[in-house]
Design a protein around this ligand. Structure first.
Ligand SMILES: C[S@@+](CC[C@H](N)C(=O)[O-])C[C@H]1O[C@@H](n2cnc3c(N)ncnc32)[C@H](O)[C@@H]1O
Length: 364
């Protein structure tokens, strides 16, 4: 059975691609304009092309994609356009140029006529402008001949085995003329009682209490959970596990934040000498983490008095340990925080693969 060919637009470091690869797809290409993210993409998705193109200029970009396809057909387009234009914390101007990045996905789907597509975005996007943006996207793709399904409520990564309370919304379209019905999103695989906590996710990684760590170090302990076994499956060393140097004062204040607590739990008088960040939160060892963002300084390790390392955040995003992040630490944190958790992408990819078999031209 031949695998379905995928192109990934706004690929970043490749969270979506990695998940679809794990779900059995053939990833032809990731397209982005960020050099560091593309280096990471190419380093890890070795059989795929990491193409640098500005998707804002969609016509040129599509030409470049076409030239790099080497005659392959595109069966599925996956895309995670930047969320700032839609994000509740970002600009909400409907004319925000970043909103126009959807146009690149529309053009790519029009041009390549894939059997299916998937678009990911932040939950806030669904209700933006009273749902008008969402409706517009659905109608555009319906008019182009796709049956479009949208998550009624955002999917929660923890429901699919990711140790994180990240919520994301997805659009999935399947071509009507090929006989595909509407897609149904995968059911959760875990109930809240079984969610994977941060200790199960990262307890085997060195504490970095006495040193800052270095690149490429061996594991010092055996895997302590099934999740750790899964993450370590193809890896024999630890990458991207470098600590952050905090001042003694900051470490002391962090030490007062209880497990699962935040700045409000600081005893009176602690942290008053300077403005401490209101978003400061310490992970709970038995619960999934909060959403991993592109910075890395708002959350603390559940046990150690420091911010998590890139590897710890990558674990909480369900990137396997052999997936290595390149670039500066800031760039690495951005790549990790921007990504769709591979295990969540895999769950959707697997369900889409089942659906792909149900079309009229089931030639695969
Ligand atoms: C939310 S991230 C995508 C994350 C990715 N789906 C993943 O799972 O790892 C959005 C990406 O869009 C890229 N981007 C933003 N504007 C772009 C443009 N005009 N052309 C190409 N890529 C762009 C950014 O560099 C960033 O990597």
């Amino acid at each position: 059975m031949t695998k379905n060919n995928v192109i990934d637009l706004f690929s970043g470091a490749g969270g979506l691609s990695q998940g679809f690869k794990q779900a059995g797809y053939n990833i032809l290409m990731g397209v982005d304009f960020d050099d560091a993210a593309l280096r990471t993409y190419g380093h890890n998705l070795k059989d795929s092309i990491a193409l640098k193109a500005d998707l804002f200029d969609e016509e040129t970009a599509i030409k470049e994609i076409e030239e790099n396809l080497n005659g392959n057909t595109v069966d599925v387009v996956i895309a995670g356009p930047p969320c700032q234009g839609f994000s509740l914390t970002g600009s909400r101007d409907i004319n925000d140029s970043r909103n126009k990045l959807y146009v690149a996905v529309v053009h790519a789907v029009k041009h390549f006529q894939p059997k299916a597509f998937l678009i990911e975005n932040v939950p806030g996007m669904a209700t933006l402008y009273k749902g008008k943006v969402k409706e517009q996207i659905i109608n555009t793709f319906e008019d182009m001949g796709y049956n479009v399904s949208v998550t009624d409520k955002p999917l929660l990564a923890a429901d699919y085995g990711v140790p994180q309370m990240r919520k994301r919304m997805f659009f999935v379209g399947f071509r009507k003329d090929l006989g595909y019905d509407y897609f149904t999103f995968p059911e959760p695989t875990l109930t809240p009682e079984d969610y994977i906590g941060t200790a199960d996710a990262i307890s085997d990684l060195p504490s970095l209490v006495d040193d800052m760590g270095e690149e490429n170090i061996p594991y010092f302990t055996a895997a302590q959970s099934d999740y750790q076994k899964l993450m370590r499956k193809n890896s024999s060393t630890i990458h991207n596990h470098i600590g952050t140097k905090h001042t003694d004062e900051v470490k002391w204040v962090i030490s007062q934040v209880p497990e699962g607590g935040n700045h409000k739990d600081l005893p009176e008088g602690v942290g008053t000498s300077r403005k401490f960040n209101e978003a400061w939160t310490r992970y709970h060892s038995q619960k999934p983490s909060k959403t991993i963002d592109t910075g890395h300084r708002n959350h603390f390790h559940y046990k150690w008095n420091r911010v998590p390392t890139v590897r710890e955040n990558a674990r909480l995003q369900s990137f396997p340990d052999d997936f290595e992040f390149l670039g500066t630490k800031t760039q690495q944190n951005k790549q990790v925080g921007n990504a769709v958790p591979p295990l969540l992408a895999q769950a959707i990819g697997e369900k889409m693969a089942e659906h792909l078999k149900e079309g009229k031209v089931n030639d695969k």
